[in-house]
Design a protein around this ligand. Structure first.
Ligand code: G3I
Length: 375
């Protein structure tokens, strides 16, 4: 192991005892979602790329689920719907369930999210609840109210509305999204609006508030920036582990860690030792793992398509080969299925090819890499 990793590993060991093999969990516990009965759904049409094997069935054979983030705006496209239904057993609302989408002003408007939820229900798809608390999706009116009143009932009311309406379809709630930011100093937690109003206790209160309303769902802390060999991402890994240890020691009902897995070829290859150590230490705490937002940001879109797709596929395979060694992984969701829907097209390059299918629904090498990783 590299010296840096030894430090991280040793520090992690100091935080929570001996490093051992991760908790072996029977595959049946990994929450694989059985393939829904599509004959009854009456919604499935032949997918646009019948040659490519369905991702959800490959995942299911491994005792995992496969899912993707879905933009409700795309539901009008029958090819989109048929490929989602073919490949996914669970979907994540990419935007529609966020607080600032549901209630940009104080009044809630559930119509867009209801549309997505009924698509899921008609097609036997479960949902991921994304996301209850995130500093980037807190509506201005709620941020102002929190800052002035520090009144937790505002958050309780939001949770009651969202979990009350969609809870029977949601298997996993991203209760707290992206609470880590080592650059904010202190205990490495992000000094977001919730932290400023309630201190670190907002995380515990959020999980307890969610558990009271969602007694059977998995409750997830969801984080990014944990995959590469840099001091910053090493600090993020350690900060996350220390936070999880504190939450577990207090009996906080967090049972799953969401690893967003936004891979980035500009950062080099994924850091196998760092990811392995993180997975091992999460497993040692008896926690499950969900890969929640997998995609790949390209470094150089000037290369040939073949070369670009190969680099994306290789990075995907490298990452999944590490995390899927562990039996506490519930499943994998990509942050979209088709390149034309990727957030990376606005965040990195309009040409980015970091998802399983191209804009014409042709399965790319990344699709094959995921199938191979599931094999
Ligand atoms: O749909 C509305 C449109 O009606 C309105 O006119 C327009 C006005 O700005 O906004 C549109 O909504 C946009 C939405 O995406 C749907 O396209 C929002 O502005 C835009 O902020 C939103 O961006 C999303 C972002 O999270 C913020 O919520 C991205 O699609 C989504 O990919 C991104 O996803 C995040 C995860 O939730 C957390 N992890 C990181 C990931 C990438 O940033």
């Amino acid at each position: 192991m590299k010296r840096r990793n030894l430090i991280a590993g040793a520090a992690a060991a100091l935080v929570f005892g001996q490093l051992a093999g991760c908790a072996r969990v029977d595959r049946t516990e990994t929450g694989s979602i059985t393939a829904p009965d599509r004959s009854a759904a009456g919604q499935a049409q032949p997918a646009a790329s019948p040659s490519a094997r369905a991702l959800r069935s490959a995942a299911s054979n491994r005792g995992l689920y496969f899912g993707a983030a879905i933009q409700s705006a795309a539901l009008g496209d029958s090819r989109f719907r048929s490929n989602v239904v073919r490949d996914c057993s669970i979907i994540t609302p990419e935007w529609a369930m966020k607080w600032d989408s549901l209630a940009p002003g104080r009044a809630y408007n559930f119509s867009e999210m209801d549309q997505l939820a009924s698509f899921a229900a008609r097609n036997g798809l479960a949902m991921r609840g994304h996301t209850l608390l995130w500093h980037k999706s807190l509506p201005r009116w709620a941020a102002a109210a929190l800052a002035s009143s520090r009144d937790w009932t505002l958050i309780e009311d939001h949770f009651s509305k969202v979990i009350g309406r969609y809870g029977n379809q949601v298997r996993e709630w991203d209760v707290v999204n992206e609470p880590i930011e080592p650059e904010h100093g202190g205990n490495g937690l992000r000094q977001n609006q919730f932290y400023k109003a309630f201190g670190e206790s907002y995380i515990q209160r959020a999980f307890e508030t969610a558990r009271a309303r969602a007694p059977r769902a998995r409750l997830v802390i969801n984080e990014y920036g944990l995959e590469y060999n840099s001091s910053y991402e090493g600090q993020r890994r350690l900060t996350l582990l220390r936070l999880l240890e504190r939450l577990r020691s207090r009996g906080v009902p967090v049972d799953t860690v969401g690893l967003q897995a936004h891979l980035d070829l500009r950062k080099g290859k994924v850091y196998a030792d760092g990811i392995y150590g993180l997975m091992r230490d999460i497993g040692n705490m008896g926690l499950k793992v969900a890969i929640t937002e997998l995609d790949v940001a390209e470094a150089n879109t000037g290369l040939s398509i073949e070369r670009r797709d190969s680099l994306v596929a290789d990075e995907t395979r490298r990452y999944l080969d590490i995390v899927l060694q562990f039996n506490n992984v519930l499943g994998v969701s990509t942050w979209g299925l088709n390149d034309s829907h990727s957030w990376l097209r606005t965040q990195r390059s309009a040409a980015n090819r970091g998802l399983p299918y191209d804009r014409d629904w042709r399965a790319k090498p990344m699709h094959g890499a995921i199938l191979t990783a599931f094999a």
